[in-house]
Each structure stands twice: as structure tokens, then as C-alpha cells.
Design a protein around this ligand. Structure first.
Ligand SMILES: [Cu+2]
Length: 511
């Protein structure tokens, strides 16, 4: 229990579920057909105690938790180990079958969620499947998703925040062999950045002391597990994939030379066509893919990726401070909405400048006629009750499904998610499991327009989404088709401290 000192200090409301024992679950429909194809990638993934150097100045190793990975079968480039606390990057193609043998060597229950992937309920990492120390869980799924930037992280009940913070996260890239023919930068010109914030004590160890209102906010920015790295690039065109792997921090990303950002992809892969934005807002769990040309001006040039100032509303700022326990200090040193630098791109040597493709494949949107609840949209009200964030007035119960949380397999629905926090309202990144959806509409109440104005030009609603940022006083309409897999899935806030405090619910896809 070496890492227990900092990891114990959570604001958790519930005791942990019994070790390794999945509670009884009602039968939730047939399991999807067993994959019959050959396994393209088979890996062992171990949640384990480890060490990593976090303080760029100190050089002393800190205690971390991580996903240790090893390749059991498949191509060597399908499992790329990281040089940091992050887990290995998995790289597979659509249609390939993946087997993961997960082992938990931590002292508390854990389970792996494949964020954004459309898999069966048994493969989705629901907390009811969490295994305790020494426990194992086997995943076996065929990648149905479009090529894109997905990721994996733990999803145990009440402990997701501390586990991700301790280092447990990794990328899951669904790669496309046609990208080069499509005119996209590939190989070394295809970069992935995982952005996270951390806080280190004077001993160089991670400090985790979340604020019950705001969540956890660190005061040091890490990219790919390293503090404020310089990223060497060539003068030329890049595809830059970015994951916000932070617990609670929202980024308003821009380049220091004020060039527009060219968005080519979002959570579920490439857009229909590139979109230019003045800045990009990336909430916890969201991904973007950018087109970036470096070194167009002078050789040896550099450009910073920055996060710019924005407003988060009452619950994210003043109230968080007033109610503050835990990381008030960290929160006030670098609150959500503060401006800071993320990383520096330094141009070293020549590359190739490509022309941004005007179009990619058109997206196959679900039409209005297909929507089964057009007359009465399903509503999810985000509010606060008894000083806790709730979804339709409820907090998470392991297998509980309310009457308005049942949908039919093979149908398409419109959902309206509404942020009603009153003066306490703050932004919440909302994530749905079991598929990708499209964002149709955002409406902000007049009271909150000035707050929304600091973020709305950079919100990423384009393309297929599995996570979106719901601003204070805002109503968002999304459309999702429940296909392929029946069963019990989750929808929740991806502010991990909100999630751990119960801002999560099940929904049941009935066959
Ligand atoms: Cu939240």
C-alpha cells in the first residue's frame, strides 16, 4: 500500500464494492454473436504499482499506478509502450479482433473501459465487472468503430478519478491504411498528445486532493506523461491527435501565433470536411484531430500550444473556492479557465507541406424519420441536490435503471441534456457509453450567455461524438442509434470526481 498516502484522500461518498464480486445483475438480453475471425492483437494488460520520474527538475522517481502491457500475439507496431506513466498505445484496424487479458495487481477493484468503442456490455468495463487484487478479466471484441482516436482507462465504482490520476490511461487508435491515399500526414507526421494536469508535493510525489465541487485541478501540465515537453517537429504538415486525459480540467487550445486551428477529426474519427476555428475547447474525455503546418516562416521557429482564459460560471469558480476543502490551493493557483502554456513545438529540419484535403468521406447521419421519440425527447436534467450533482435527480446505483432509462435495441433517439445548476451551475463533460452520437443543437439561457461566449466558438460538436461539454445554463440535443449490443451501459459526467461522487447512471438497451 505504498501509494496509499495520497490516494486515500478522496471525497468519496460510498464504500467500495466487495472485492472482485460482481453484484447479481438481471439478465439484460443476449450477448452479441461471438467473434469468429482470427485474433489480430492479443495483449496482457496489468494494473500495477510502478514508478516514474514526474518532476522535470528533480529527477526523483514518484510512485504511480499504471497499465503495464505486453504483446502476446499480433504485429509489434500494434502495441507501443510509452516512455512515461501512461499505458501502451494500442493500434488496430476496424474489423480486427482484439483480446485483452486484464490483471489487477492493485489493492483495490478496477476494470478497463474502452472509451468510445462500441463493444458488448461485458467488454465495456462497467463497474459491476470490477475485479479486486489478483483478479483477472478477459476482453474479446471486434473493433466496429470508425478509424479514430479512442482511449482506455479504469472505470471502477467511486475510484475512477484517483486511478486515472495515478497514471492509468492509454490511447486506443483505430488506424486506417488508406490515410496516405487520402492525403493525410502519416507515420512520424501523425502525432498523439495526451494532455493532463498533475500536482506534485515537495517530495516529488503526486498529490491528489480533489475539491468536491470543482473536482481535481493540478498546477502542472503534462503532455504524454511528461511535464511541459518540447516537441520536435519537422517543417511540414502534421496530423495532431489530442486527448484531454485530465480529471476535471477543460482546455481552450490555441497556438501562440494565433493561427486558426484546422479541425479534421473529433471523438469518432475524421469529419466530413475540415473546419477552421479560432480555438478549440477540449473537455475531459474528448479528443480532436488537427491539421498543423509547422515551420512555414523561419527555420528554427517555434510555436506554443496554449490554453487561454475562459469563464466557467458560479459552481466552477467562486462556489468551489468557498466550499473548498482539498485542493483549494491548487484550484486557486491554476483554476479552470486560467491561461497557461501546454507545450512547445520546435521546428528541427525539413519536412513536407501537404495541402489540407477539402473533404473526407461524408458522415452517415441518422435522419429525422428514424427517430422514434420525435414527439417526446428523452430528457436528462443535470442539477444539484443535497450538494451533489445528480442526473434526473438520481445518483449512481450499481445496476439500477429508472423507467426513463430504457431504450430499444435498433432504434434511434433524440436526447436533451439540460444543465440546471442555478447559480451553482458549472460545465460538465457528458459521456455516453455504447456508441457514438451526433450533436444537433445547443441553446443557452440568457443568464449564461456571457459565460458561454468565452467558449462557444471552440466547442467541438462536429463529427461523431461520445463526449461533449455541457455549459452552464445550456440545453444540448443529441441523436444516437442503439445498435449492435443490448445490455446495461453508462452515461455520466466525465469530470472524474463528479463521476466518482455518483454523477453517473445506467441505461438499458433492451433487445
Ligand atoms: Cu460534472
Amino acid at each position: 500500500m505504498a501509494a496509499a498516502a495520497w490516494i486515500g484522500a478522496t471525497c468519496n461518498r460510498r464504500s467500495a464494492p466487495p472485492l472482485g464480486a460482481a453484484p447479481p445483475v438481471d439478465p439484460v438480453g443476449p450477448v452479441g454473436p461471438a467473434p469468429s475471425s482470427a485474433v489480430a492483437l492479443e495483449v496482457a494488460l496489468r494494473a500495477e504499482f510502478s514508478e516514474a520520474v514526474l518532476d522535470s527538475a528533480g529527477g526523483r522517481a514518484a510512485q504511480i499506478w499504471r497499465f503495464g502491457g505486453s504483446l502476446l500475439s499480433g504485429k509489434s507496431e500494434a502495441l507501443l509502450s510509452s516512455k512515461s506513466y501512461l499505458g501502451p498505445t494500442l493500434r488496430v484496424r476496424r474489423g480486427e479482433r482484439v483480446r485483452v487479458h486484464f490483471e489487477n495487481a492493485l489493492d483495490e477493484p478496477s476494470i478497463v473501459h474502452w472509451h468510445g468503442l462500441q463493444v458488448s456490455q461485458e467488454d465495456d468495463g462497467h463497474p459491476r465487472f470490477a475485479v479486486g487484487r489478483g483478479g483477472r478479466y478477459n476482453y474479446d471484441f471486434t473493433v466496429a468503430n470508425r478509424p479514430g482516436t479512442y482511449w482506455y482507462h479504469p472505470h471502477p465504482d467511486g475510484r475512477t478519478g484517483p486511478q486515472v490520476y495515478a497514471g492509468m490511461a492509454g490511447l486506443f487508435l483505430v488506424v486506417d491504411p488508406d490515410d496516405q491515399a487520402r492525403g493525410l500526414p502519416t507515420d512520424e507526421f501523425d502525432l498523439s498528445l495526451v494532455i493532463q494536469d498533475r500536482r506534485l508535493g515537495s517530495d516529488g510525489e503526486l498529490v491528489y486532493d480533489p475539491n468536491p465541487m470543482v473536482g481535481f485541478l493540478g498546477d502542472r501540465i503534462f503532455v504524454n506523461g511528461q511535464q511541459r515537453p518540447d516537441i520536435n517537429v519537422r517543417a511540414g504538415s502534421y496530423r495532431v491527435r489530442i486527448l484531454n486525459g485530465s480529471n476535471s480540467r477543460i482546455y481552450k487550445l490555441a497556438f501562440s501565433d494565433n493561427r486558426p486551428l484546422i479541425l479534421i477529426g473529433s471523438d469518432g474519427g475524421l469529419l466530413g470536411s475540415p473546419v477552421r476555428k479560432p480555438y478549440l475547447v477540449l473537455a475531459p474525455g474528448e479528443r480532436v484531430e488537427l491539421w498543423a503546418d509547422f515551420g512555414r516562416s523561419t527555420a528554427g521557429a517555434e510555436v506554443w500550444l496554449e490554453s487561454r482564459a475562459f469563464s466557467v460560471g458560479g459552481g466552477g469558480m467562486a462556489m468551489g473556492g468557498m466550499m473548498g476543502m482539498g485542493s483549494m490551493g491548487a484550484g486557486s493557483r491554476l483554476p479552470n479557465g486560467a491561461a497557461f502554456r501546454v507545450c512547445r513545438f520546435q521546428v528541427r529540419g525539413g519536412g513536407r507541406t501537404l495541402r489540407v484535403p477539402a473533404q473526407f468521406e461524408p458522415l452517415d447521419w441518422r435522419p429525422d424519420e428514424e427517430v422514434v421519440n420525435r414527439s417526446e425527447r428523452r430528457r436528462i436534467d443535470v442539477s444539484m441536490a443535497m450538494m451533489r450533482w445528480v442526473l434526473n435527480g438520481r445518483t449512481f446505483e450499481m445496476t439500477d435503471v429508472a423507467p426513463n432509462e430504457r431504450v430499444k435495441l435498433g432504434t434511434t433517439e433524440d436526447w436533451e441534456v439540460q444543465n440546471l445548476g442555478g447559480m451553482m451551475a458549472m460545465p460538465h463533460p457528458i459521456h455516453l457509453h455504447a456508441g457514438q452520437f451526433q450533436i444537433l443543437e445547443r441553446v443557452v439561457s440568457p443568464t449564461w450567455r456571457s459565460v458561454a461566449a468565452t467558449l462557444q466558438d471552440g466547442l467541438v460538436d462536429e463529427g461523431w461524438k461520445d463526449t461533449f461539454l455541457l455549459l452552464p445554463g445550456e440545453r444540448v440535443r443529441l441523436r444516437m442509434r442503439f445498435e449492435r449490443h443490448p445490455g446495461l451501459f453508462l452515461y455520466h459526467c466525465h469530470n472524474l470526481e463528479h463521476e466518482d461522487a455518483g454523477m453517473m447512471r445506467n441505461f438499458l438497451i433492451e433487445a
